[in-house]
Design a protein around this ligand. Sequence first.
Ligand code: CP
Length: 315
Amino acid sequence: MTETATLSHQNIITTKDLSVNDIETILDTSDSFKEISTRAIKKVPTLRGRTIINLFFEPSTRTRTSFEIAGKRLSADVINISGAGSSIVKGESLIDTAKNLEAMSPDILVVRHNCSGAPSLISDFVNCPVINAGDGMHEHPTQSLLDLLTIREHKGTFKGLKIAIVGDITHSRVARSNIQAMQTMGMKVKVVAPPTLIPVEIEKMGVDVCYDLGQGIKDADVIMILRIQLERQNQGLLSSLREYSNYFCLTAKHLANVSDDTLIIHPGPVNRGIEISLDVLQGSRSLILNQVTNGVAVRMALFYLLLGESDANSN
Ligand code: CP
């Protein structure tokens, strides 16, 4: 890579900010970085001397680890801070936390928070780029980008593809980020769930709505199954998990009625047997682990595009 492409925004907070050109640039750059993770020595000097802080106030396996691996594969110094291990527990405010971290000259802050808007708020108070690693029920833009990379690898294009997003749409930041990004790329989005798990007026986002799993997925090129967010189900939106599973768990029986080319994706973590059956999870159409692999490449691409090549490389 000789000249670093640029993105239209310095912060990655919402997929609303990403143009077709931004998304194509990120996916093309991710493609070029994937090979590094297949090498015996999985490291290049691209971001030598740069510092990345991962600030995670919510649990995470995939996102936190892949941001850390992405930074390390590019030779950046990566610092991980959890909410529980920070002075937030002593009463320090989010803004003071961010300002104090900024005083140590990081080049990027990656933020996951249970409150919608927290990464955006931080970006108003620091000068370095901020990447939203998932904020409350708002957005998870890097998940959407890795989902798009996975779809493009298998379908070659986005234009005209139909996706059915199935499950807990109301609580899903993944759904919100993906609806916007997939529509930007020319995909047609349908949401499929019981009425209580679909936000009111979601049609205003330009999606079709279906309350029946079989009907909802029958013409889909891609089925995205969402996790039932057990930690957010105290509002009486479901009568029971068993009833949800009876009507909305994707099983081999459902897949018998869709095209053999239909892809299955899921952002994880998976509740086995609740939203997806074990045989579908482990079947040949499931790309769930491909998504995880692509998460590293997408996050490497974002670091590279936001920071450019380190000057340290010429020394
Ligand atoms: N997909 C996702 O955000 O997973 P984690 O919560 O494990 O990061």
